[in-house]
Design a protein around this ligand. Structure first.
Ligand code: UD1
Length: 363
């Protein structure tokens, strides 16, 4: 019997791609999402991609009673916890809301897991826990610090889970520190929804390429980098998704907790992204320089060796793949753009002959 995995935030950007990777790896998956930042048709799209019916519940990960009902319905073996907020500017504007979504909900979920004897979790953390790095590439043992409420929420989440690992009969936890997720599934059916954009670069590049915005604002042109613009470690969301499967396997097969970077280990500048996106889209992307964005660092990229050694994880897709799949998703999901001359051809996907039902997962 394959393990059953609960995916909180499973309709979101990284959650939906991880859903596909888990189903392809043979897991049974139950999605929880409150759809506050994900489109309602994502489960239907996931069914199209995987060829299986999707089990998705409209539940907030901080709703204790609803969580009990979910754990009583399905024999959950492990949880992958994505449900959280991620926009730094939003966290500065309303820290309380952020702490409720990222910390109170995590604690509520952990208590529900304990009530139902589930003690394995893969946790979405972020390279934001390194703050401004002292040296590059960034290894996992680099000093941890926070510069905004979002960063604090991720650091606290890691620490709560570390406490659980250390207890007798402790939990098995995979903490995954994401660098900069980008791109979309090759089908063009799922990707980063516009409503989830908290100012991240690639969705903005797409909007300029689609002429929804007149130009891209580049924050800073005089960093000590080769072309003067900020450098980040962009990782394809499908590689990132695969990292979750590998982390889960480490927990389920070897009971080995771990904290690892998920990055490609390569840095690309903002101008590298502009040039590559122009090539894949065939559109011009005008840009204007502005002052540095508060809180931004000049360069950040991972030392990916621990994920390679422990999980056998390697991010294989390159910047071209990220830009190309992002553009495919952006144009396929946008009716206005589909009317224009650059309309891509949708892939025809088979619908399932017979799907799974909640009964397949019952105790
Ligand atoms: C940001 C968050 C980080 C979070 C991550 C989630 C900040 C300071 N950091 O990372 O905590 O984990 O998103 O995905 O918000 N850029 C422009 N113009 C734009 C947008 C971005 O020049 O309009 C530049 C930035 O200065 C940076 C690069 O593009 O050099 C990437 O920016 P972004 O996509 O926002 O990611 P991070 O800032 O690395």
């Amino acid at each position: 019997m394959p393990a059953t995995i609960l995916l909180t935030g499973g309709a979101g950007f990284i959650g939906s791609h991880t859903y596909v990777a888990l189903v392809e790896a043979g897991y049974q998956v139950v999605i929880l999402d409150n759809f506050s930042n994900a489109a309602r048709d994502v489960p239907e799209r996931l069914a199209q991609i995987t060829g299986h019916a999707v089990i998705a519940h409209d539940v907030d990960a901080g709703d204790s009673l609803a969580l009990d009902a979910v754990f009583e319905t399905y024999a959950i073996d492990a949880v992958v916890h994505f449900a959280a907020k991620k926009s730094v500017p939003q966290s500065l504007a309303n820290p309380q809301r952020f702490f409720n979504a990222n910390i109170v909900s995590l604690l509520t979920l952990m208590r529900a897991m304990e009530r139902h004897g589930v003690n394995r979790m893969v946790y979405s953390s972020s390279a934001t826990v390194y703050g401004a790095p002292e040296s590059l590439p960034i290894p996992e043992h680099a000093p941890l610090r926070y510069t905004n409420p979002y960063g604090l929420s991720k650091l606290l989440g890691e620490q709560f889970l570390n406490q659980k690992i250390r207890q007798p009969q402790g939990w098995d936890v995979g903490v995954l520190r994401y660098f900069n997720p980008a791109g979309a599934h090759v089908s063009g059916l799922i990707g980063e929804a516009p409503l989830s954009n908290g100012g991240n670069l690639m969705p903005l590049l797409a909007r300029v390429a689609k002429k929804e915005l007149p130009f891209l604002t580049i924050f800073g042109q005089n960093y000590g980098t080769p072309d003067g613009t900020g450098i980040r470690d962009y990782i394809h969301v499908c590689d990132l998704a695969k990292g979750h499967v590998q982390s889960l396997e480490k927990l389920l097969r070897h009971r080995q907790s771990h904290t690892v970077n998920l990055g490609k280990g390569e840095g690309h500048s903002v101008l590298d992204l502009v040039k590559t996106y122009e090539k894949v889209s065939g559109q011009t992307i005008p840009y204007r320089f502005q002052d540095r964005r508060a809180g931004d660092v000049a360069a950040s990229f991972a030392d990916p060796s621990m994920a390679a050694d422990l999980l056998d994880f390697r991010a294989e897709r390159n910047l071209w793949d990220m830009c190309q799949s992002s553009w495919r998703w952006e144009t396929l999901s946008d009716p206005a753009w589909q009317l224009s001359e650059a309309k891509p051809t949708p892939r025809i996907l088979k619908m399932p002959a017979a799907g799974l039902s909640p009964q397949d997962f019952r105790h």
